[in-house]
Design a protein around this ligand. Structure first.
Ligand code: ZN
Length: 384
């Protein structure tokens, strides 16, 4: 079969793809559209480390045998999106579309897909691919597979732009294994934040395995922290919420926790050695040992917030005084992601959200950085 693409145009496409630039394909050229099986996508991308996003048109790979195409309905804003686009975690490839809390409706399925059918409600979180032969994959902890492709900014040979492109866009192509079902009865906009904020806090809480009545601390009450409170409260814990924002106190009480305003580290002293477990979502560098001191000797302190350069300040002697078990945790596996979505649907553990149009993303990002989010911004994908 002859190739209908003009050689000059082919050269342009090749260069644009190499540069990761927009192919500017609108479907206006029927010959081209017929010969190009890629999925046209429209979203918001970072072009540099400025922390400002702009509208961007790009392409995703065609729907493969094990892929599903999701028409995005909502995508929510995680502090990680901001850190990564600004280069806080290392140099980035641009243009890059952030977003790893994605929900929508399945619009197409590959020939070997068994888990989804067209019309199903589906969600995608922080991962889009990994090696099925890996022991971590087989254990349902795909996040620990060394070959895992995270949802945006990771090298991905199948992507026309060379990297995975995230959820601030009107669609996504993903292996069916990395999508979860969104149960009826859970709104799509409230489901979105569960795909990162929900699983990231649920997984360490479940792994630690508390009993009703145990004292659980949550440090940093933003998108992740408010989910940690709601999940721990729903599981029967007595929850203490540590925040630097006095204006969040009423919300924290409504979420079911006891507020502790930490405008001075001395405020932590009355809680020294009191808690069974503490989870910290604080996304900036801070003095870990001061917070870990509120945990009982041999208790557990889990860090899930990921600051610039992934660095937090540890005092060995501070941790030594209670031999606290300090660890850090990265999201959760796919089976557990489905579990938290189902759990939240069944028990009505829902994020507190504000739905915004795409045109307000840059403003919302500033509010997230300035601790003004209440508590998750959810972008209406119809506005991309
Ligand atoms: Zn996230």
């Amino acid at each position: 079969m002859s190739d209908p693409i003009d050689p000059k145009r082919r050269e342009f496409i090749g260069l644009a793809a190499l540069a990761g630039g927009s192919l500017l394909l609108t479907g206006a050229d029927p010959l081209f559209a017929a010969s190009n099986p890629n999925i046209h996508s429209r979203g918001y991308a970072a072009l540099d480390t400025s922390g400002k996003l702009v509208p961007w048109t790009f392409e995703r790979r065609p729907v493969g045998d094990y892929d599903i195409l999701i028409e995005t309905k909502y995508a929510s804003i995680c502090h990680s999106d901001i850190h990564q686009m600004k280069g806080h975690w290392g140099p980035q490839h641009y243009p890059q579309v952030p977003g790893h809390e994605i929900v929508g409706v399945v619009a197409a399925v590959g020939s070997k897909v068994t888990k989804f059918k067209v019309g199903d409600r589906a969600g995608v979180g922080c991962m889009v691919d990994s090696n099925p032969e890996c022991a971590s994959f087989k254990a349902g902890e795909e996040q620990y597979c060394p070959e895992t492709v995270f949802t945006y900014g990771y090298p991905e040979a199948s992507s026309p732009s060379g990297i995975s492109q995230g959820g601030y866009s009107n669609n996504i192509v993903v292996k069916e294994h990395f999508a979860v079902h969104i149960p009826e009865g859970l709104s799509l906009q409230e489901a979105a934040p569960l795909l990162c904020a929900g699983i990231t806090t649920y997984s360490p809480l479940m792994k630690w395995g508390f009993k009703p009545g145990d004292k659980v601390g949550v440090a940093g009450i933003g998108g992740l922290g408010h989910m940690a409170i709601k999940l721990a409260v729903s599981k029967g814990a007595e929850v203490y919420a540590f925040t630097t924002s006095a204006e969040k106190v009423d919300d924290i009480i409504a979420f079911g926790a006891k507020p502790v305003v930490v405008d001075d580290l001395a405020k932590l002293a009355p809680y020294s050695g009191q808690l069974d477990f503490m989870i910290s979502t604080i996304p900036v560098d801070y003095n870990v040992a001061a917070y870990a001191a509120v945990v009982k000797p041999y208790g557990t302190f889990t860090q899930v917030g990921m600051p610039e350069r992934f660095e937090v300040t540890l005092s060995a002697i501070g941790l030594a005084f209670s031999r606290v078990n300090f660890n850090a945790s990265l999201i959760g596996g796919m089976p557990e992601t489905q579990e938290v979505v189902d759990y939240c649907a069944e028990h009505r553990v829902l994020p507190t959200i504000q739905v915004i149009p795409a045109s307000e993303i840059n403003d919302a990002w500033e509010k997230v950085v300035n601790k003004q989010a209440r508590y998750r911004y959810v972008i209406d994908a119809a506005t991309f």
